[in-house]
Design a binder for this molecule. Structure first.
Ligand SMILES: Cc1ncc(COP(=O)(O)O)c(C=O)c1O
Length: 356
C-alpha cells in the first residue's frame, strides 16, 4: 500500500502514546488524581442543583463567560480585562502551546513537570530544556536562570506535580523578571502552597498565571480553568484563539455559585494541609520509604524496590494511588493524594498492615 502524508501523521502520533490516565478501580478509595474529596458532596450538590435551575441547555451559553469572569475577578482581585477561561487549565495550556510554540521554540521547564504539558510538547514537536530535580526533590533557581538565555518560553507548575515542590516567592519572582519570553506559571495547586503570583501579572507583561477550580474547589469534573495575564494577551486568547463556547452552561453556572462560596474551599484547603502533615510524618516512620515535602494536595514518596508490591497491595484493598516509578535517581516513586481524614486513615492503615 502507498503510504501518504495522512498515514505518516497517524504513525507519528501513535508513537507518542499520549497522557497516561490512572488505572480505573471500581469503588476505590481514589487517591490517584489529586482530586479533592474534602469538599463535601453537599457543596457539590448545592452548586449543581442551583446551576441546573439557572440553565437552559437548549441555548448556547451566550453571555455566560461574561457573567463568570467578574466572579473570578472578585475572587482573585484582578481586573476582568486580565482574566480568560478554558475547558480545564489543560485546554488553556494546550491553546498556548499550539498557537505560540513550534519546533523552533524551546521551552524551559523542570524534569519531572506536569505530564500533560510534556505530552503536548511531544505532540507539537516542541523541544524542551528540562532541569532535573536534585536527590531531595528540589530545584535550583541558578540552573534556571543560567538556562533561561537558551529558551523562548518558561513553564513551571508551582507547586510542581508530581514532587510537590515550590520555589520561594522571591526566587520565582527573580527568575520571571530575568526571563525575556512568555512565562507560564501553572498554579493548579496554588491554594495548597505558600503563595500565588497572580498579583505580579499587574507589573510583569510576560507573565501568564494559570489556575483551576479542579483541585481546591473539588470541581475537576466541571472542567473549569482560568488564567490571569496582560490585557493584550487576554483579548487575543479569548477573542481569537479560544473556541466560541468553551464552557458548558452548567459549568458556567456552577462556577459562579462555587466562587460565591470560596470560604468553604479555603476551609477544605486548610484541612488538607493539616492532613498532608499527618501523612508525611507517618510515612517518614517507615525505613522502606523516602518521603518528600509537599506544598500541594499530594505527597510523593520513593518506596524503592517495594513500590510495585505496595501499589498492588493497596489496589487489592481498593485503594488507588499513582504508580510513577523512576524519577531521577529514585526508582520506586508513588504519589498519594490527600483525601478526607477517613480516606487517609484507610491508606495509612493499609501501609501499616503491609510494612508494620
Ligand atoms: C500541574 C497541573 N496543571 C494543570 C492540571 C489540569 O487541571 P484542569 O483540571 O484544570 O485541566 C493538573 C491536573 O492534574 C496539574 O497537575
Amino acid at each position: 500500500m502507498k503510504i501518504n502524508w495522512f498515514e505518516e501523521k497517524i504513525k507519528k502520533f501513535s508513537s507518542i502514546g499520549g497522557y497516561q490516565k490512572p488505572e480505573y478501580l471500581q469503588d476505590a478509595v481514589k487517591l490517584d488524581s489529586n482530586e479533592n474529596y474534602v469538599i463535601s458532596r453537599q457543596f457539590q450538590n448545592d452548586v449543581i442543583s442551583t446551576a441546573k435551575k439557572n440553565s437552559d441547555v437548549r441555548e448556547y451559553p451566550l453571555g455566560g463567560i461574561e457573567r463568570l469572569i467578574p466572579m473570578i475577578s472578585k475572587f482573585v482581585k484582578i481586573p476582568c480585562s486580565m482574566i480568560g477561561v478554558g475547558n480545564g487549565s489543560d485546554q488553556i495550556l494546550d491553546l498556548i502551546l499550539s498557537n505560540f510554540a513550534s519546533n523552533q521554540t524551546k521551552i524551559l521547564t523542570s524534569n519531572p513537570t506536569f505530564g500533560f504539558f510534556e505530552e503536548r510538547c511531544k505532540l507539537y514537536s516542541i523541544p524542551m530544556i528540562a532541569i532535573p530535580f536534585s536527590n531531595d526533590m528540589k530545584l535550583n533557581i541558578k540552573d534556571f536562570i543560567k538556562q533561561s538565555k537558551n529558551a523562548n518560553i518558561l513553564y513551571l507548575d508551582s507547586p510542581n506535580n508530581p514532587t510537590g515542590f515550590q520555589f520561594s516567592k522571591n526566587e520565582l519572582q527573580q527568575l520571571i523578571a530575568s526571563f525575556h519570553g512568555p512565562v507560564i506559571i501553572d498554579e493548579a495547586y496554588g491554594e495548597f502552597g505558600n503563595y500565588s503570583l497572580a498579583n505580579m501579572v499587574k507589573t510583569q507583561e510576560n507573565l501568564i498565571v494559570v489556575q483551576t477550580l479542579s483541585k481546591s474547589f473539588g470541581l475537576a469534573g466541571l472542567r473549569l480553568g482560568y488564567f490571569i495575564a496582560n490585557k493584550k494577551f487576554t483579548d487575543v486568547f479569548m477573542n481569537v484563539l479560544q473556541y466560541p463556547y468553551p464552557l458548558s452552561t452548567l459549568t458556567i453556572e456552577s462556577g459562579i455559585l462555587a466562587l460565591e462560596k470560596s470560604t468553604i474551599m479555603k476551609d477544605a484547603a486548610n484541612n488538607i494541609k493539616i492532613e498532608r502533615k499527618r501523612i508525611i510524618e507517618t510515612l517518614q516512620k517507615y525505613d522502606a520509604f523516602e518521603v518528600f515535602d509537599s506544598k500541594a494536595n499530594f505527597v510523593l514518596f520513593d518506596a524503592h524496590g517495594a513500590y510495585k508490591r505496595v501499589y498492588s497491595a493497596l489496589a487489592e484493598q481498593g485503594i488507588s494511588i499513582r504508580k510513577l516509578g523512576k524519577i531521577g535517581t529514585h526508582d520506586g516513586c508513588l504519589r498519594v493524594t490527600i483525601g478526607t481524614k477517613e480516606m487517609n486513615s484507610k491508606f495509612l492503615l493499609a501501609i501499616r498492615d503491609l510494612l508494620g
